[in-house]
Design a protein around this ligand. Structure first.
Ligand code: PLP
Length: 400
C-alpha cells in the first residue's frame, strides 16, 4: 500500500540534496570547528557559510544569528535570555494563548521565578488583536512573544504590526517562526522582529538543529554555558553536519518558496472544498485565508480525532490530531480551546499538513477515504445518534 504522509507540520523528510551535503561532515570532514588546523578550518568555514545563507534569507547580519538544537531551545533562549538580562528594567512578558508549548512552558517557568505574563486571547479565527496587545503593555513590559504561524491551525499572526507596536514602546519582540520559516518570506527588518526562532526539521533539514536570530544590541543572556562557541552566546561543540544540512535546506526552501506556496495553496483549497462537499457537519478551524498554504484543520462533529487518525492510518494515510492523548485521558487542544471551540468539537479535530511530496492524487485519495471513515465512525457514535434524533443526554448541554 502506498503511504500518504500528511503531517509535514510535525516534521519533514530530509531532502536528498541535504543528505548529500551533510554526508562528508560525518566522515572525512569531521574536525571540531573550534580547532585551528585544517580539519577545524574546513568545518568552521562550513558553519559560517550556513550562517551567511540563513542571515541573508531573513535580511539579517551574520553576527545576529546563533545555531541551536532546534525550535524549543531557540524559544527558551529568546524568552529566558531576554527576561533575565532585562529584569532590572521590568518583569512583564506578553504572549498569547495559542503559542507552542516551548513558549508557554517557558513563560510558566518564568512566572514561578517572579515574572508576570499576560496570555492574550485570540478571536474565533485564531488572530491576536492589536488593540489587546496595546492594552496589555505596561511600563514593566520587557518582551512580547507572538508566534508567526500556528502549528495546529496554521493561522498567520500580524507579526509586522505587533513588532511595530513593540518598537514604539521600546519592548523586545520575539516571534516563534518554526512553522513559517521556509514556507513564507521573512524579513526581520521589514517585519520589526528583534528575536526569531526557527527549526531545521520543518523545512526538509535534519532534526536537532535550528537557529535563533537576535538583533544587534539585544540584551540577552546565554541559555547554555560552557565553551567559547558562538562567541560565548551558546556553548557546546557545533553540530556541523546538522548545520550544513540546515544551510542546504534553507537554500532549497528559498529557491522553491514561491512555486510551493502556489502549489500547496491550491492543494489546501482542493482538500477543504472537497471535504466540505462530501462530509456534512464539519468546521474549518482557523482563519480561512490567513493561514499557512499547507494547513487544513477541521473538526468533525460526533467523532473522535484519534479514531479518524487510526482509521486513516489503516488506509496508509498519516495525519494528526490537535488533541493530545495522555495516558488514556483526552485533553482538548489548548489552541482550539483558545478559539472558543467546544471540547467535543476539539476532540473531533484533525490536521492535514501537506508538503513537497504531496500530490493531487494524494488529496483525491483522502477525499475518497475520509467520507467513508467518517460515515462508518458516525454510525457507531452514540453522540451522532443523539444528534440525529435531536436529543441531548449530556449534563451541560454542550455536547453539540
Ligand atoms: N514552535 C513551533 C511553532 C513548533 O511547531 C515546534 C515544533 O513542532 C517547536 C516550536 C519546537 O521545535 P523543535 O521540534 O525544533 O524543538
Amino acid at each position: 500500500m502506498k503511504r500518504i504522509y500528511l503531517d509535514y507540520s510535525a516534521t519533514t523528510p530530509v531532502h536528498p540534496d541535504v543528505v548529500t551535503a551533510m554526508l562528508p561532515y560525518f566522515t572525512e570532514k569531521f574536525g571540531n570547528a573550534s580547532t585551528i588546523y585544517s580539519y577545524g578550518r574546513e568545518t568552521r568555514k562550513a558553519v559560517e557559510e550556513t550562517r551567511e545563507i540563513f542571515a541573508k534569507m531573513i535580511g539579517a547580519d551574520q553576527s545576529e544569528t546563533i545555531f541551536t538544537s532546534g525550535g524549543t531551545e531557540s524559544d527558551n533562549h529568546a524568552i529566558k535570555g531576554v527576561a533575565y538580562a532585562n529584569k532590572t528594567k521590568g518583569n512583564h512578558i506578553i504572549t498569547c494563548k495559542l503559542e507552542h508549548h516551548a513558549v508557554l512552558e517557558t513563560c510558566h517557568f518564568l512566572e514561578k521565578e517572579g515574572f508576570k505574563v499576560t496570555y492574550l486571547p485570540v478571536d474565533a479565527d485564531g488572530l491576536v488583536n492589536l488593540l489587546d496587545v496595546k492594552k496589555a503593555i505596561t511600563d514593566r513590559t520587557i518582551l512580547i512573544s507572538i508566534m508567526m504561524a500556528n502549528n495546529e491551525i496554521g493561522v498567520i499572526q500580524p507579526v509586522s504590526e505587533i513588532g511595530k507596536l513593540a518598537r514604539e514602546h521600546k519592548i523586545y519582540f520575539h516571534t516563534d517562526a518554526v512553522q513559517a520559516f521556509g514556507a513564507l518570506p521573512i524579513d526581520v527588518e521589514k517585519m520589526n522582529i528583534d528575536l526569531m526562532s526557527v527549526s531545521s526539521h520543518k523545512l526538509y533539514g535534519p532534526k536537532g538543529v535550528g537557529a535563533l536570530y537576535f538583533r544587534k544590541g539585544t540584551k540577552i543572556f546565554p541559555l547554555i554555558h560552557g565553551g567559547e562557541q558562538e562567541k560565548r552566546r551558546r556553548a557546546g561543540t557545533e553540530n556541523v553536519a546538522g548545520i550544513v544540512g540546515f544551510g542546504r535546506a534553507c537554500e532549497i526552501a528559498q529557491k522553491e518558496m514561491s512555486s510551493e506556496v502556489k502549489r500547496l495553496t491550491a492543494l489546501r483549497e482542493k482538500l477543504i472544498k472537497g471535504l466540505f462537499k462530501r462530509i456534512p457537519e464539519i468546521t474549518l478551524n482557523g482563519h480561512p485565508e490567513k493561514r499557512l498554504p499547507n494547513n487544513v484543520n477541521i473538526s468533525v462533529k460526533y467523532i473522535e480525532g484519534e479514531s479518524m487518525i487510526l482509521n486513516l492510518d489503516l488506509e496508509g494515510i498519516c495525519a494528526s490530531t490537535g488533541s493530545a492523548c495522555t495516558s488514556g485521558s483526552l485533553e482538548p487542544s489548548h489552541v482550539l480551546t483558545a478559539l472558543g471551540v467546544s471540547a467535543e468539537h476539539s476532540h473531533g479535530s484533525i490536521r492535514f499538513s501537506m508538503g513537497k511530496f504531496t500530490t493531487v492524487e494524494d488529496i483525491d485519495t483522502v477525499l475518497t477515504k475520509m467520507p467513508e471513515i467518517v460515515d462508518r465512525l458516525r454510525k457507531l457514535s452514540p453522540l451522532y445518534k443523539q444528534g440525529k434524533s435531536g436529543e441531548c443526554n449530556c449534563k451541560d448541554g454542550n455536547c453539540r
